[in-house]
Design a protein around this ligand. Structure first.
Ligand code: DX5
Ligand code: ZN
Length: 218
C-alpha cells in the first residue's frame, strides 16, 4: 500500500492537558476524537464545546467518532464546527443517507461506522454517499482492548467493494491497533488506522506513529 493514515485517539491522552497532548501527535494525519454519550456505549467522554476548542487549537485535522444515540440530531454541529470528518454509527442512525448528505453539505467528510458484529453488506450501497467506512475492531466504548481478528474478513470484503466502486472511500479500523495488528488490518485492505493506547502509552508518541506507519506500509 502506498499511502496510509495514522490517526491517534485522544481517548488515551491526559484529558487535563489536551493542548499539550495534541502537540505530541503533530506528525499524525489527524486526531481521532471519541465522543461517547453513556447510552450508545457505556462510557462518557466529551462533547461539542470541547471539540469546538480542540478544533481551534489543533494543527492537524479532527476525525470525530460519534458513539452516541440519535446522531441524526447531534452530528451536523460537529461538521459545522469545522471538523474534517464526522463518523456516526449505522446502528444508531435513523436516516444515514440524509445525515451523510447533511455532513457533506456542512463541509465535512461523512463517515459511517459499524460495530464488530454488524454485517457490512447492508451498507455497501451507501458507499457513494460516504467518504469513510469505519469497521470497529473492538466493541466500542473503551481503549486498551484486544484487536478482534474475527473482523478481518469483513475488512477484506469492504475493501473489495470500495475498490470495485472506484476506491473513493477511506477504510478505517479502530481498536486494538498495534505495530503487530496493523499489519493484518493493512493486508486486509484498511488504509486509515486509529491507535489510542499504542500511541499515547508509548514514551515517544511521534516514534510510535512512525513505527505504525512503517508497519502498515511494508
Ligand atoms: C473505542 C474507541 C477507540 C479507542 C481505541 O471505542 O473508539 O478510538 O480509543 O483505543 P485503543 O487503540 O487503545 O484500542
Ligand atoms: Zn474511536
Amino acid at each position: 500500500m502506498s499511502r496510509c493514515c495514522i490517526n491517534p485517539s485522544i481517548l488515551s491522552a491526559d484529558f487535563a492537558n489536551l493542548e499539550a497532548e495534541f502537540a505530541r501527535i503533530a506528525t499524525a494525519d489527524a486526531a481521532h476524537v471519541d465522543v461517547m454519550d453513556n447510552h450508545f456505549v457505556p462510557n462518557l467522554t466529551l462533547g461539542l464545546p470541547v471539540v469546538e476548542r480542540l478544533q481551534e487549537i489543533s494543527s492537524i485535522p479532527l476525525d470525530i467518532h460519534l458513539m452516541i444515540q440519535d446522531p441524526d440530531r447531534w452530528a451536523p454541529a460537529y461538521a459545522e464546527a469545522g471538523c474534517d470528518s464526522v463518523t456516526f454509527h449505522a446502528e444508531a442512525a435513523t436516516a444515514p443517507i440524509r445525515l451523510a448528505r447533511e455532513l457533506r453539505s456542512a463541509g465535512s467528510k461523512a463517515g459511517l461506522a459499524i460495530r464488530p458484529a454488524t454485517a457490512v453488506e447492508p451498507y455497501l450501497d451507501l458507499l457513494p454517499e460516504i467518504d469513510m467506512l469505519l469497521v470497529m475492531t473492538v466493541e466500542p466504548g473503551f481503549g486498551g482492548q484486544k484487536f478482534l481478528d474475527v473482523t478481518l474478513p469483513k475488512i477484506r470484503s469492504a475493501a473489495e467493494a470500495i475498490k470495485a466502486g472506484g476506491g473513493q472511500v477511506a477504510l478505517q479500523v479502530d481498536g486494538g491497533v498495534t505495530e503487530e495488528t496493523i499489519v493484518r488490518a493493512a493486508e486486509a485492505g484498511a488504509d486509515v488506522f486509529v491507535a489510542g493506547s499504542s500511541v499515547y502509552g508509548a514514551s515517544d508518541p511521534a516514534a510510535a506513529i512512525a513505527a505504525l506507519r512503517e508497519a502498515a506500509t511494508t
